[in-house]
Write a protein that binds this ligand. Structure first.
Ligand code: GDD
Ligand code: MN
Length: 409
């Protein structure tokens, strides 16, 4: 089937600029509608449809549909896709002529979808199709949202430059600052590869700006249980990425817009609730680290003891106190979280990240100490206390959000 759309699809309810996913009565108990947004993907679309069909047909038989939503691509992707419909009867093609944008294309596809499981995958083969079967398994086990993630075990990116990695992580940190209650629920909130239960997003007004449809689903949907599946983001073989500088501004706009519109008390409460118990434990562990550091420095450097050089002694003392702190945080402060992620690989990774956060904290400590004592002319010991308080809070927050991540599912 092919549909050509010149205007946005009729809304089921009046909400200017918003989309509403309608509720439907299902003929099949479990039916997947997978949307493939495309813009100039004529060289990729055939291969993708072929691989997806060969993966899904044995598992779902005829209980699925692939919906290509193309924004009138100059390379006529819609035409190529349409020519495949004969061979792949579960394929539907939408050609939008008056709107552009990845996120709205996905919503447009979901609006005409027949399934109770809605999904999205990129049309450029950068999302490995095989991961779809794992996502399907997760959603069929009853979670509301199953997301393919680059940032958990078995996940990653292929050949990204350090700049691209920093930009990607920077965007995530920005999200955590502006919208902590939403962004911290997932390791990869930027993912564009996921499945969601239709009933978790029906009758919600969704109004995404730009690229990040998943953030909208998380923020506005009724998402309780989430499952993440690791995947490696592949390099593009043909065609070009459509990401422009404008997308970064759109992303910021989207976050701020959501921040303003999510004024429901429950959301605010969620954002503002501060984990005091954990923070107290983190502080106590920090103090134990100071004791370890001081005692070791004395043992290593004192002429009557080991008499090692001051710098070497301090480095050894600091590293051992970091390991001390890590161990207690691992089994006490964040024990409930680490017991759920307890492979040696995961523990090592947390130790390395903890080291990095401490090191960065040390740099901040020195900067703040200098800033307060020199600029404000405050006694250096007082200034150090302030610096320690600020850096401990920073260490705690970053570790909570990035290292021992609390997922609310
Ligand atoms: N219909 C439509 N309209 N499709 C679009 C548009 C548009 O305006 N812009 C991009 N697309 C399609 C592309 O053709 C591709 O199939 C998919 O959306 C992703 O676009 P890319 O430009 O290839 O994005 P990317 O590779 O940089 O980013 C992807 O990876 C991120 C990280 O996981 C996207 O999938 C993001 O959604 C994802 O977050
Ligand atoms: Mn891509």
């Amino acid at each position: 089937m092919s549909i050509s759309i010149e205007k946005p699809l009729p809304q089921t309810e009046k909400a200017i600029g918003s989309y509403v996913i309608p509720s439907i009565t299902l003929t099949e108990p479990s039916f997947l509608s997978l949307v493939i947004p495309t813009y100039n993907e004529s060289k990729n679309i055939e291969k993708l449809i072929k691989v997806l069909s060969s993966l899904l047909t044995p598992v779902l038989q005829s209980n699925y549909e692939l919906i290509v939503v193309d924004d009138d691509s100059p390379d006529r992707t819609w035409e190529v896709a349409q020519s495949l419909v004969k061979e792949y009867p579960h394929l539907r093609v939408i050609r939008r002529q008056q709107e552009r944008g990845l996120a709205t294309a996905v919503l447009c596809g979901w609006q005409i979808a027949a399934g109770n499981i809605l999904g999205v995958i990129d049309g450029d083969l950068q999302h490995p199709p095989e991961t779809l079967l794992k996502l399907l398994e997760a959603i069929e086990n009853g979670v509301d949202l199953a997301v393919a993630s680059r940032h958990i075990e078995a996940g990653g990116v292929s050949d990204w430059s350090i700049v691209r990695r920093i930009l990607s992580r920077g965007a995530q940190i920005l999200g955590l600052v502006i919208l902590p209650g939403v962004i911290s629920r997932l390791s990869d909130p930027m993912s564009g590869y996921f499945l969601v239960q239709r009933n978790a997003i029906t009758e919600c007004y969704v109004n995404p700006i730009g690229y990040k449809i998943l953030i909208e689903v998380l923020a506005r949907g009724r998402i309780n249980q989430i499952s993440e599946v690791g995947y490696v983001f592949q390099e593009r073989q043909t065609g070009e990425s459509k990401v422009t500088k404008q997308n970064y501004f759109d992303y910021l706009h989207h976050l701020l817009y959501l921040r303003l519109s999510l004024s429901k008390l429950s959301d605010l409460k969620q954002d503002l609730s501060f984990p005091f118990k954990r923070f107290m434990r983190f502080g106590v562990v920090g103090l134990s680290g100071v004791c370890v550091d001081m005692s070791l420095l004395y043992l290593l450097h004192d002429p009557a003891r080991l008499d090692l050089g001051l710098t070497v002694s301090k480095i050894i003392a600091a590293e051992i106190s970091i390991i001390n702190n890590f161990t207690w945080n691992e089994i006490w402060t964040f024990g409930d979280i680490s017991s759920r992620q307890d492979s040696w690989h995961q523990r090592w990774l947390r130790l390395i990240k903890f080291n990095a956060v401490c090191l960065l904290g040390l740099v901040f400590n020195v900067m703040i100490l200098n800033l307060i004592s020199n600029l404000l002319n405050i006694n250096y010991l007082m200034a150090n206390l302030v610096a320690i308080a600020v850096v401990t809070s920073w260490n705690f927050w970053i570790n909570l959000k990035f290292n021992w991540r609390v997922t609310k599912c």
